[in-house]
Design a protein around this ligand. Structure first.
Ligand code: MN
Length: 203
């Protein structure tokens, strides 16, 4: 069994790929510059999923309050199972009674740079990640810091670093609610409107 298969074991065990259109993750794809994606996902609760390319998969965090452009905000980010690289291109509806049932939107995507010494995986193990995002919406430095929260061992804090891209009076989630690939709202995606069909989009 390859390393990649091991990383996706939990992801695959939670899903039925004959029912959901989410990718199983068969391609090994490594981008020249690592990519990130932020999904807006209305499952049991609306949340945002930040995913960072590393080790041929997408390291993932569920962020109930979503990302912010304000360095004062400290938003909880719960690390979840690694997702396949192809998930960066997934937008659609996870069917009822399946894991994570509900609409999923590509709220933002782009590339990122690791701002810390050492590999991202290593920094992840240490519980301190610093990255520079170059997305369609989010830009600038962000940090993910591992934290103690209700005895959970997967709790992190996402925060915007102080730099020229920081904005203190800008509610980005409200001002920019639509998909960066289909230009649809989450409601339109959930209705599976024709106009929300993804055209040629490659992460
Ligand atoms: Mn999610």
């Amino acid at each position: 069994m390859t390393k990649k298969k091991n990383l996706l074991k939990e992801y695959r065990s939670k899903r039925h790929f004959d029912k959901t259109k989410e990718p199983r993750g068969n391609k090994v794809k490594k981008h020249k510059e690592p990519i990130f994606v932020i999904h807006k996902h209305d499952a049991r609760n609306l949340h945002y999923d930040l995913r960072l390319e590393d080790e041929g998969v997408l390291k993932s965090w569920a962020i109930p309050k979503g990302p912010s452009t304000d360095p004062k905000d400290r938003h909880l980010a719960m690390q979840t199972e690694d997702h396949p690289i192809e998930y960066a291109e997934f937008e659609g509806v996870i069917p009822e009674s399946e894991y994570g049932a509900g609409p999923v939107m590509i709220w933002d995507y782009g590339t990122f740079k690791n701002l810390k010494e050492g590999s991202l995986s290593n920094n992840l193990k240490k519980g301190e990640i610093a990255i520079w995002l170059d997305g369609k919406k989010l830009k600038g430095g962000y940090a993910l810091i591992k934290t103690k929260y209700q005895d959970r061992d997967n709790a992190w804090i996402l925060l915007k670093m102080k730099d020229d891209e920081a904005k203190t009076d800008y509610e980005i989630l409200e001002k920019e609610p639509k998909s960066v690939v289909s230009n649809c709202t989450l409601e339109e995606i959930s209705k599976k409107l024709k106009k929300c069909k993804l055209k040629k989009y490659k992460s």
